[in-house]
Design a protein around this ligand. Structure first.
Ligand code: ADP
Length: 240
């Protein structure tokens, strides 16, 4: 579903946020991108969503090389991708229903069809009963669920989320992850940036660790070398 090939991203000013990054996400996978602040997680998601373009390398999403997607075609491209952000990005002057309906209205869907899809999306995040309320009257976990309903209302094949539980306590975070898991079970591919390692470990999903714009180098475990090291340390102690 996602092929990142030797991708670099240099921001104006000369900072390299991604340095020759390559990674693949298969269709139907639920994968986490982890790493410290500044590791390049958001940049990676922005390139996939075509909010930004790479300086070098290829970003291929569902067989489409994003390099060939012109500005005019970006809205159609983005309709295949659901996006969830840490700060919800909801419109507070409109009720929950309108917030979720927004992508469908922009896409020109007729109101009856849109209404059906909005209610199905709200049902999936258990917020059908709050469709008329203003987002302001909802808890932060509920607001995040409205953001998720809006992201999946067009039934995207791919969902990308940038620190979706960043502002939530552990219980609400787990609830959000359970919702993501349910989408994954019906075939949606998910790529989620998060630094909440404890939560990710609970879910048992694949983890891609970034450090300073590249894949984090894992220290190879070498039992023989470790044994020799320990032996030498013991001999050293005995000598003293
Ligand atoms: P993360 O999401 O892992 O915290 P980011 O992708 O946001 O990392 O940032 C990676 C690096 O790129 C950071 O050093 C950040 O300061 C820099 N960066 C991000 N966005 C911009 C930008 N618009 N202009 C210049 N530098 C940026």
């Amino acid at each position: 579903m996602i092929r990142i090939e030797e991708v670099t991203k240099r921001y104006p000013g000369g900072h390299d946020a991604l340095k020759g990054l390559s990674l693949h996400v298969e269709k139907g996978e639920m994968v986490f991108v982890t790493g410290h602040s500044g590791a390049g997680k958001s940049t990676l998601l922005r390139l996939i969503a075509l909010i930004d373009r790479p300086t070098g390398g290829q970003v291929i999403v569902d067989g489409q090389n994003t390099r060939r997607i012109t500005r005019r075609k970006i809205p159609a491209y983005r309709r295949q991708i659901g996006m969830v952000f840490q700060d919800h990005k909801l419109l507070y002057d409109r009720p929950v229903f309108d917030n979720v309906a927004l992508p469908l209205i922009i896409a020109g869907l007729d109101h009856r069809e849109a209404g059906r899809k909005v209610r199905a999306a709200l049902d999936q995040v258990s917020l059908l009963h709050k469709e008329k309320q203003s987002p302001e009257t909802l808890s932060s976990g509920e607001q995040q669920r409205v953001g998720i309903a809006r992201a999946i209302v067009s039934r995207p094949k791919l969902l990308i989320a940038d620190e979706p539980t960043g502002n939530l306590d552990p219980d609400l975070s787990l609830e959000v992850m359970r919702i993501f898991r349910r989408f994954n079970e019906v075939g949606v591919t998910l790529l989620i940036a998060s630094h909440d390692i404890a939560l990710i470990d609970q879910l048992g999903c694949r983890r891609i660790a970034l450090a300073d714009g590249a894949l984090e180098v894992q220290r190879e475990e070498d039992p023989v070398a470790e044994y020799v090291e320990r032996l030498e340390a013991e001999q050293e102690r005995e000598r003293w």
